[in-house]
Ligand binder design. Structure first.
Ligand code: CDP
Ligand code: CDP
Length: 267
């Protein structure tokens, strides 16, 4: 049997990677792995032990934590909709991913401002990246025979998003996408998303400038770190989402997958 079709999605913060990746996976019946969640979990584990990631004397302890932490993802895909003419179409609802750290659901906790603030420092630690790479590859191998879509047949493919998927994690991916968007646009989208998920801008120090600064500072750290920095793989297709709708960017990627697979998928 051919190995599952691999789609690698990279790009700067809030460029639309996870939303796009999940919807592409839903459309194609592929599995989805959010690698950023792993770095966020290790950051949460470190912060819970009061280990400041910017203090070099904590590097060893944080690395140990990264290897010890058990991190799990579960993405819940909606069932296809049965139309009156008996054809199936893709549900409009967005799949949701739950994230588990040592069996505890930390899905919301890992998206808070303090985790976002420290995650890039944690992700720059070499052994932390090794630990995450190990876990992600293990899950990827398991997903090859996965049952994420409610059947026991193995899924036809895998969508993974992050910063180094096309360059390091899945260097032989069948399709590599590099998403970009204007940083003001990304900040507006991220702020809306945080508010949608219950953040209160009047209580937390949260406005467009604060969000934009966080994104830009993180991108700078991610681009300039020594180990597997954020960069576009030579063979990646770049997609600027500044003026695209989510459906538009998903369509482009799905079309490209179908072209490369040579078989039209059913929606
Ligand atoms: O969703 P957002 O773009 O804000 O961040 P994320 O994808 O959850 O990633 C959080 C951080 O994890 C990034 O800023 C990177 O520092 C790190 N990361 C990484 O280094 N490599 C990856 N493959 C994924 C994330
Ligand atoms: O995973 P990453 O940090 O790259 O971005 P995301 O969390 O998928 O997307 C950030 C926000 O932008 C989400 O609320 C999306 O709904 C929104 N968005 C988008 O991804 N693409 C558009 N064309 C418009 C909005």
């Amino acid at each position: 049997r051919r190995r599952p079709f691999q789609v690698a999605i990279d790009g700067p913060a809030a460029s639309g990677k996870s939303t796009t990746a999940k919807m592409v996976a839903q459309r194609l019946g592929f599995d989805y792995i959010d690698t950023g969640a792993f770095y966020r979990c290790v950051t949460l584990a470190a912060m819970s032990k009061n280990l400041d990631p910017s203090d070099p004397s904590n590097v060893q302890k944080i690395s140990d934590l990264a290897f010890q932490s058990r991190i799990g993802l579960k993405t819940i895909f909606a069932d296809p909709v049965l139309n009156a003419d008996k054809t199936l179409s893709t549900p409009a609802s967005l799949p949701t991913t739950r994230v588990f750290l040592d069996s505890k659901d930390v899905s919301l906790e890992i998206r808070t401002g303090s985790i976002s603030k420290h995650v890039s420092a944690v992700a720059a630690i070499g052994p932390v990246r090794e630990a995450v790479l190990q876990k992600v590859r293990e899950i990827g191998a398991r997903e090859d025979t996965g049952d994420n879509h409610g059947s026991d047949s193995s899924s036809a493919g895998l969508v993974m998003d992050g910063r180094d998927i096309g360059t390091v994690v899945l260097p032989k991916a069948d399709l590599k996408v590099f998403l970009v968007a204007d940083s003001r646009v990304r900040a507006m989208r991220r702020l809306e998303e945080l508010i949608r998920n219950g953040a209160d801008p009047s209580k937390e120090n949260l406005d467009l400038d604060v969000v934009q600064q966080d994104l830009e500072r993180r991108d700078e750290l991610d681009r300039t770190r020594k180990v597997s920095p954020l960069r576009k793989a030579a063979d990646a297709m770049e997609l600027d989402t500044s003026n695209l709708t989510i459906e538009g960017q998903v369509d482009e990627i799905v079309k490209e997958v179908e072209k490369r697979r040579g078989v039209p998928t059913q929606h």
